[in-house]
Design a protein around this ligand. Structure first.
Ligand code: ATP
Ligand code: MG
Length: 205
């Protein structure tokens, strides 16, 4: 069993997240992708973060059409922040024998040294870093294996860092919140069901 994990604030979820998840899922033939909305971001506090329950609901709406995509309550359940390394340890307990692959954008991976217990994290999971416009991939912390469009890459039995340069989504939740506030079109980046949810709950207005 191969499980990929994509954590984030998802405020709101967008097609950049979906593209990253689909690309990694295809490249490594993973069985499941678990989207994990954070209760609050562990190492940055942003004021005005949307309620975790709304962020969870938007993820659920965005992924329902994709086989093997799930949304996890593992972080929002606790009503306080959890570090990625602790979430991974808990997932190992819940899914004994599974291999884990943590998905991150190159922006987040650039701060790898600030992640809590990042050495231990690499005992618990491989990391699949996807390209993010404006950020280059760091290869000075761990050695990196570049994965191009070759499907069904075998996942190494010892945790590794992979880089997937093929994802090219120039979008962020920050930019989308701004567009929603201005009433600018977001159709290209936010799935229709999520747009409807945003409108009916008057989020980001
Ligand atoms: P914000 O602007 O609020 O930080 P975001 O768009 O960065 O939002 P997050 O919820 O912070 O979204 O990101 C969750 C994960 O998805 C992170 O690992 C991030 O790097 C990755 N990610 C988000 N957007 C993209 C994108 N456009 N391309 C590649 N990876 C992305
Ligand atoms: Mg972000």
């Amino acid at each position: 069993m191969k499980i990929a994990i994509l954590g984030g604030t998802f405020d709101p979820i967008h097609n950049g997240h979906i593209r990253a998840a689909r690309t990694v899922a295809r490249a490594f033939a993973v069985d499941e992708v678990h989207f994990v909305p954070a209760f609050t971001p562990p190492h940055k506090s942003r004021t005005g973060l949307t309620s975790p329950f709304h962020r969870f609901a938007m993820v659920a709406l965005a992924i329902m059409e994709f086989d093997g995509f799930r949304v996890s309550t593992i972080e929002v359940d606790r009503l306080e922040s959890r570090y990625t390394v602790d979430t991974l340890a808990l997932m190992h307990e819940r899914h004994p024998g599974a291999a884990f692959l943590l998905i991150t954008g190159a922006d987040l991976y650039a701060e790898i040294e600030e992640w809590k217990s990042h050495d231990r994290l690499f005992d618990l999971a491989s990391v699949a870093v996807v390209h993010r416009p404006g950020f280059s991939m760091r290869d000075d912390v761990r050695s990196v294996e570049v994965v191009r469009d070759r499907p069904e890459q075998p996942l190494s039995t010892t945790p590794r860092v992979y880089y997937l340069p093929g994802v090219d989504a120039d979008v962020s939740s920050t930019a989308l919140r701004q567009r929603l506030r201005n009433g600018t079109d977001v159709e290209e980046w936010i799935p229709p069901a999520v747009q409807t949810y945003i409108t009916s709950n008057r989020l980001y207005s």
